[in-house]
Design a protein around this ligand. Sequence first.
Ligand SMILES: Cc1cc2nc3c(=O)[nH]c(=O)nc-3n(C[C@H](O)[C@H](O)[C@H](O)COP(=O)(O)OP(=O)(O)OC[C@H]3O[C@@H](n4cnc5c(N)ncnc54)[C@H](O)[C@@H]3O)c2cc1C
Length: 434
Amino acid sequence: MPKPRVAVIIGAGLAGCLAARATRGHVDKVIIVERDKLPSGPYFRKGVPQSRQAHILLEGGQRAIQELVPGAIRAMLQAGAVQLGMPDGFRWFGTAGWLSSEPTGLNAISCTRPLIDWAVQQEVFTDPGVQVFDDTECVGLIMRNNSVAGVRAMRRGSRSAVEFHADFVVDASGSSSRVSEWIGAVTPWALPPKHTSRIAFSYATRFYTRTPAGGNQGIVVQATPESPRFGIMVPVEENRWAVCLGGLEAPPTTVDGFLSYAGTLRSLAIDESISLADPLSSVRGNRPKMGRLLRFDQNRAGVNGLIVLGDALCSTNPIYSLGMSMAAMQARALAYVLVRYGRTADWTARAQKAVLETSKPGWKLASDGDASYLDARGTARLRLQLKQHYFHKLMARSIDDPHLSKVVFEVLSLTSPAHHLFRPRVVVSALKSR
Ligand SMILES: Cc1cc2nc3c(=O)[nH]c(=O)nc-3n(C[C@H](O)[C@H](O)[C@H](O)COP(=O)(O)OP(=O)(O)OC[C@H]3O[C@@H](n4cnc5c(N)ncnc54)[C@H](O)[C@@H]3O)c2cc1C
């Protein structure tokens, strides 16, 4: 009997579950190894500490999830997730003032992060070919013939290591991934260079009661380099509002501090709304690591037998709400490579390259945004100033130009590439005087 073909996925977060679905049709068995004990419902768990903060799922990510796990978006909506027009489902105080509320045909899904993960897991875990080992932490890679051929793991509370052998391994262990360290321990190859963002915002979220009479239009107050504090208030399941404030300076996690911070944003729209709402929770803070991208394309094409995706490969400043969508689009890229080329000799290198390419637009969008908060010098400063001037014009013009607003939101929602912002018609409209 031929040996069963096995994939091992590290991490049962969003990227891990979507990668399980992407690879499932090409192996006999997918093993997911997860450090946390998985909860029995859409509840918070330690391994995804950011899941107490407001999360919205952009259109680009929804489309990728819909392709991979077709019932998941419906399950989120049935459980109370809210679909918000982008940007017309929000009162949106952009960098140049209140944005147009014309529909663009795009939307964002708003619900708690545990519900998003839960909806995807429910579909992925019911596949009999997917086996989940939770409460089990990966601690290293197994190599065979210069190729990654499995992982070493420890069951929580046990001192003996378990080995999971595989035809290939996907690391989806999030921003705390130790994959570079593991690669370094088992191979003589140069590690992938790391690009790191130099900006880190801190966040704090509190939940409030949402009454049906109050509607469900969200509010966004964007940060600017002059006033680097933002707020987002979004409807989530169980008739709640999630109110997330953040900035370069951490928002306080005391109730009084949180409320005062809301009063310092560029618009008082959130401050006024929460002063009328009943609080349901304490304030929970989060200070994520700096964004980073592992450039597997800059030393060698990849590590044979290994694919890294999700935050383990590329994490961006959360203010752009890109991370889950990027993870979903990367998993879809992995699925496309497998469908198109199958598991040829160098397929993991090809897949890693495709996943990395998929990450670049989001990484660029976030790095360009982050750069406006940095103190650049020389020609970099001039380039930055020109770019900022252009983006400011673009945002200002899109206030009353629905065509421009659509182009901008398509790029921000990852459904169009960023170069659409520089198409001649867009540039002319953005720069023309009122
Ligand atoms: C404050 C904040 C707000 C955000 N808001 C948004 C938003 O609005 N929209 C958006 O799209 N994105 C948002 N993000 C980003 C988003 O949370 C991440 O991009 C997303 O979680 C990435 O998914 P992942 O599966 O790669 O990682 P994770 O969701 O972090 O999952 C990693 C999994 O791996 C497991 N794991 C870790 N190490 C091991 C190990 N050694 N062995 C086994 N298992 C392991 C963990 O327990 C976890 O289950 C936000 C992030 C932050 C910090």
